[in-house]
Design a protein around this ligand. Structure first.
Ligand code: SAJ
Length: 446
């Protein structure tokens, strides 16, 4: 541990070097995805020299040409041109930096267990190149205890001692893909350190890149828990309204109108909306981290687990509602032309991770539906090249993602073309306009 008596000249020089040069810290970012790339651009914008490392050679090649797809997923070409930023697969480049930030994915396995392999592999690749005086920050979302019990020992593998020879901190990422207001620069953050020295160095680093408050936590575990708690909070609130949607369907009450009504209360109510399920790399994933770790320590999160089950059941709920509507129209699923609009887990992005649309797609395929798929953000998985080609001849329209591109449908014309049923998995359409066109409307709780 860094204590006054134990500082060697070298340690003190590297720390004081970091202190003196926070305006030009050399930054290493490991993992160049939707979290790492914005951080690379931000650190470069703040005049830090940056080394970006990823194991994906194709990604590196694409980043180097500046042609990487996506608005937040490319490195500003000028940083590459003036060589302020360099990206590659060689972890030895990290020897020359002051701060190493780990931004690799933390997915769950098919049976919903946390998959820490990317984090472990990153630490194993970093360890041989770790230098005295460096700070290592984990930004990947992990359950409380992972930084101390998994990351630190793997980094120490090269013989250096965490807290004495190098510092360790956790600053959970809060990137919100597609968000035009909140970004890597202005989102407030929390940070925890292995020891006071680690916390202070991490605060110095983030103070030099963020234009947002940074709340120091008492421990690494508190910082890890913050991210899990904020995303579990969202998951249980969505589960609440999804359960209401199933109940109100039977009571013939429009749950969206009720939520809008509850939203008139100026305090103590936070609106969430029902839909065909919860996708993405955060909300449906993070609660499992806490469920698993608590279970390993003798506590079972009944409530978090129930919320996960409710949300995971929503694609089935919608599929059953489709079956009821098809029955009313004397149509089988098998062989009926169905236009499936959207595969992504949220509007405006082309990301199918944990997407409920894929669960519904599988059910429709298994039942033999004549599927015509269109997602403007995922052309490679669309069966047609346009919205109109997917809709042509469809008897059923299923909206699985509320992409804005689906907001101007002419339901009267679609009715003329033979459409009979609209299944609105995100309560996206104007129900009365659909019904006025003589179509059957199936929503989620409305
Ligand atoms: N969803 C609902 N009902 C809601 C809100 C969301 O069914 O009321 C569904 C969405 O359709 C989607 C899933 O939940 O399938 C996740 O949606 P999201 O809006 O939470 O989007 P994410 O996954 O990008 O979540 C991120 C998170 N950010 C981080 O973890 C850093 C989350 O904490 C944010 O609250 C969220 O963005 C946001 O608010 O946009």
């Amino acid at each position: 541990m860094y204590t006054e008596g134990m500082k060697t000249t070298e340690d003190r020089s590297s720390m004081s070097a970091m202190r003196q040069s926070t305006d030009t810290l050399r930054v290493g970012v490991v993992g160049l995805g939707y979290v790492g790339v914005p951080l690379v651009n931000l650190a470069a914008r703040k005049q830090h020299p940056v080394v970006g490392i990823d194991v994906d050679t194709k990604k590196i090649a694409s980043l180097n040409t500046g042609a990487y797809k996506g608005t937040e997923l490319y490195i500003q070409p000028e940083y590459l041109h003036k060589q302020q930023v360099s990206v590659g697969v060689d972890f030895s480049a990290l020897r020359a930096v002051d701060v190493i930030v780990i931004c690799v994915p933390t997915p769950v396995t098919k049976d919903f267990h946390p998959n820490l392999e990317p984090v472990k592999n990153a630490c194993k690749a970093i360890a041989p190149h770790l230098q005295k005086g460096q700070l290592v920050v984990l930004e990947s979302t992990v359950n409380p205890g992972v930084t101390r019990s998994i990351v630190v020992p793997l980094l120490e593998h090269a013989g250096l001692q965490a807290g004495r020879d190098f510092s360790v901190a956790h600053c959970p990422e809060r990137i919100n893909p597609g968000d035009t207001k909140w970004n890597v620069s202005n989102i407030p953050r929390v940070v925890g350190g292995l020891n006071q020295q680690s916390l202070e160095l991490a605060q110095q680093f983030y103070a030099s890149v963020l234009d947002a408050p940074l709340k120091p936590m008492q421990t690494l575990e508190e910082a890890e828990a913050v991210k899990i708690v904020e995303n579990s909070f969202r998951d249980i609130n969505i589960a609440f309204v999804n359960e209401l949607a199933r109940s109100f369907t039977r009571l013939n009450i429009d749950v969206v109108n009720v939520i809008e009504g509850a939203s008139t209360k100026p305090f103590s109510f936070l609106a969430h909306y029902p839909g065909m399920g919860v996708g993405g790399h955060c909300i449906p994933v993070d609660p499992y981290y806490l469920i698993e770790q608590a279970r390993a320590n003798g506590f079972y999160h009944d409530f978090l687990s129930l919320a996960r089950r409710i949300n995971n059941d929503m694609p089935s709920f919608l599929f059953d509602r489709l079956g009821v509507a098809l029955n009313e129209h004397k149509l089988p699923v098998n062989g009926t032309p169905v236009a499936l609009l959207g595969l992504s887990y949220k509007p405006g992005v082309g990301d199918t991770r944990e997407s409920p649309a894929l669960v519904l797609l599988e059910k429709l395929q298994s039942a033999g539906a004549d599927l015509h798929i269109f997602d403007p953000y995922i052309p490679e998985r669309s069966t047609g090249t346009s919205l109109n080609s997917a809709l042509k001849g469809a008897k059923v329209l299923v909206l699985a993602t509320a992409h804005p591109e689906f907001g101007a449908l002419d339901f009267m014309a679609l009715k003329q073309d033979g459409l009979e049923i609209v299944v609105d998995g995100r309560n996206f359409f104007d129900k009365s306009a659909v019904q006025a066109a003589g179509l059957t409307y199936v929503g989620v709780g409305r």
